[in-house]
Design a protein around this ligand. Structure first.
Ligand code: SF4
Ligand code: FES
Length: 567
């Protein structure tokens, strides 16, 4: 007899192996835990189950009980409870585990089912894998190899369906490839809350389309491309640009708001081709916003700063550091740090402020949240600035206190770490009243007016960590080499700290972390190298009373709402 499971666990038997899984687990996920592959198309762990592709058919059986007494019926040959096998296969995605459920995935019946489903799916599918953009990540191709018949009996004419239909500004549909799994429809309706897609016509003529007068143009539209199991939906930005097997994958973080969606950056030979979401069930599930996928374009933007400048003339980095040090040592310094900088950079920015006896400021960036994966705080790392001690309270809009100190003649030099001070709130008169040392990636009014300009790296060209709205510290890694002429922010900041009379600190993430762990209590037990890919939560208690601007989003509730939820 099958062994009873612990409370809230259910014991099932999959291909002869017993496993205990949480109640409510479906058979696909239960099988995955014992490394049994149940192929599927329409099922997606983050979407509602509809059971329309039938690829996940398996054999199921339940322990036999006497209908009258409800006592187990034993098999005298084995001494175990007899299993009543269903004469028909059942879909694994829509079946949740029940005590004693038996599953068979390797029988002839299951094999025949899979071959039959594959044959039906391939009848009208163009077999043009060599020219299909999905090649290399196509579930149909992979499962045809693993579970298909291996040859086609279809000699009739294939259906012709619409080609190159723009569903919206970023998503293209090649309808003849669609296997009608409805993942894109469910995502749009249930996750993006934009009920825009549906099927028209019947049978082989079923066609995916937008409802009349609507377009797939919400800021999450490209997630449909990610979850389309075949090459029907493609990104207009990435489509036919590069074969995926040539691309290197690097873990990163979406920096467009404090949500900190986990991402993968796909690059080849120093060029980034696309950004896709990386699963983190505590942050972004398997989704990300379209706007975050385009951030890589900043790497090769023509406005990129590529030369060190001192008083407008090209210079060497050593000379620029010396010129900056002279300004810093003259006193009357203020430092404007950035909520876009990494934890490591913010730690060094704090050290720079300390060494220069300067006030530290941070630029506030607040916008409208969408309740999903774009939060109201458009800085990805304000929490990092609090945790590292760069700032003690939340930044207020406009850099008002800095402006007042400049007007009073108390500040004569401003160090800006990547922030356009004019855009942040200083007036042209205030800007021209101070000497600016600008560390940044792109040209702007501040870099144009600065005495010293040192080009630095974008988030895609360096390593570091960010603390998101949940106080989850998450790592991002270098995907491509830095632009020519740009220097790692950590190198520049560490040199400025030392030049201003501060300590000599590590100029890369690995060598800086011992100092961070020693001086930042909230990070004292951590190390950069040992952070898991899904990040670690920092105890938010010291900052929880601060009036953070974020409202609720996918996996975040503001502190007051969390307490209310706890009851
Ligand atoms: S376009 Fe892709 S995701 Fe949408 S129904 Fe067709 S196969 Fe499924
Ligand atoms: S995965 Fe499509 S029916 Fe189960």
């Amino acid at each position: 007899m099958i062994q009873p499971a612990a409370p809230d666990l259910v014991t099932v038997n999959i291909d002869g192996r017993e496993i205990s899984v949480p109640k409510g687990t479906n058979v696909i996920e239960a099988a995955r835990r014992v490394n049994v592959d149940v192929p599927f198309y329409c099922y997606h762990p983050k979407l509602a189950v509809v059971g329309n592709c039938r690829m996940c058919l398996v054999e199921m059986g339940t322990p036999a009980v006497d209908p009258a007494t409800k006592a187990p019926v034993m098999d005298p040959a084995t001494g175990r409870q007899r299993i009543n096998w269903s004469p028909r296969p059942a879909i694994a995605c829509a079946t949740n585990v029940s005590p004693g459920l038996h599953i068979r995935t390797t029988t002839q019946m299951v094999k025949d089912c899979r071959e039959g489903v594959m044959e039906f799916l391939l009848i009208n599918h163009p077999l043009d894998c060599p020219i299909c953009d999905q090649a290399g990540e196509c579930k149909l191709q992979e499962q045809a190899t693993g579970y298909g018949r291996g040859y086609s009996r279809f000699v009739e004419q294939k259906n012709v369906k619409p080609k190159r239909t723009l569903l919206g500004p970023r998503v293209m549909l090649d309808d003849e490839r669609c296997i009608l799994c409805s993942r894109c429809i469910r995502f749009s309706k249930d996750v993006a809350k934009d009920d825009v897609l549906g099927f028209t016509d019947r049978g082989s003529y079923s066609t995916l389309t937008c409802y009349p007068g609507k377009k797939l143009e919400n800021n999450y539209s490209l997630n449909t491309v990610d979850i389309c199991p075949v090459g029907a939906l493609t990104s207009t930005d990435f489509r036919f640009k590069m074969r995926v097997w040539f691309l290197k994958q690097t873990n990163s973080i979406d920096t467009e708001s404090s949500v900190g969606a986990n991402t993968v950056v796909w690059s080849r030979e120093g060029a980034i081709y696309r950004i896709t979401p990386r699963q983190n069930d505590a942050v972004n599930d398997t989704w990300m916003a379209d706007s975050g996928r385009l951030l890589y374009k900043q790497v090769r933007d023509p406005s990129r700063l590529v030369g060190v400048l001192v008083n407008g003339a090209e210079s060497a980095l050593d000379f620029a550091v010396k010129a900056a040090a002279d300004l810093l040592k003259a006193g009357g310094v203020a430092v404007v740090g950035s909520g876009r900088s990494s934890v490591e950079e913010q730690f060094l920015t704090r050290k720079l402020a300390e060494a220069s006896k300067a006030d530290a400021h941070l630029v506030s960036r607040v916008g409208k949240g969408d309740g999903l994966l774009i939060s109201e705080d458009r800085n990805p790392n304000v929490r990092g600035a609090l945790v590292t001690g760069l700032i003690a309270s939340l930044p207020s809009p406009g850099l008002g206190s800095l402006g007042a100190r400049i007007d009073a003649g108390e500040v004569r030099t401003v160090v800006s770490v990547g922030e356009d001070l004019g855009e942040a709130g200083l007036t042209p008169a205030q800007l021209s009243a101070v000497s600016v040392i600008y560390l940044g990636t792109h040209a702007n009014a501040t870099s144009g007016a600065a005495r010293v300009v040192i080009p630095t790296l974008t988030v895609f060209e360096k390593d570091g960590t960010l603390v998101n709205q949940q106080f989850r510290i998450q790592r991002f890694s270098r995907a491509v080499p830095g632009a020519g002429g740009a220097t790692d922010d950590l190198v520049v900041l560490a040199r400025l700290v030392a030049a201003a009379g501060g300590p000599v600190l590590g100029a890369d993430v690995a060598s800086l972390w011992p100092a961070i762990a020693a001086e930042v209590p909230a990070l004292g037990t951590m190390s950069h190298a040992s952070l898991p890919d899904t990040g670690l939560l920092i105890d938010p208690a010291p900052w929880e009373a601060l009036p953070f601007v974020e409202g609720p989003s996918l996996h975040y509730r503001p502190a007051g709402q969390r307490e209310a939820a706890r009851g």
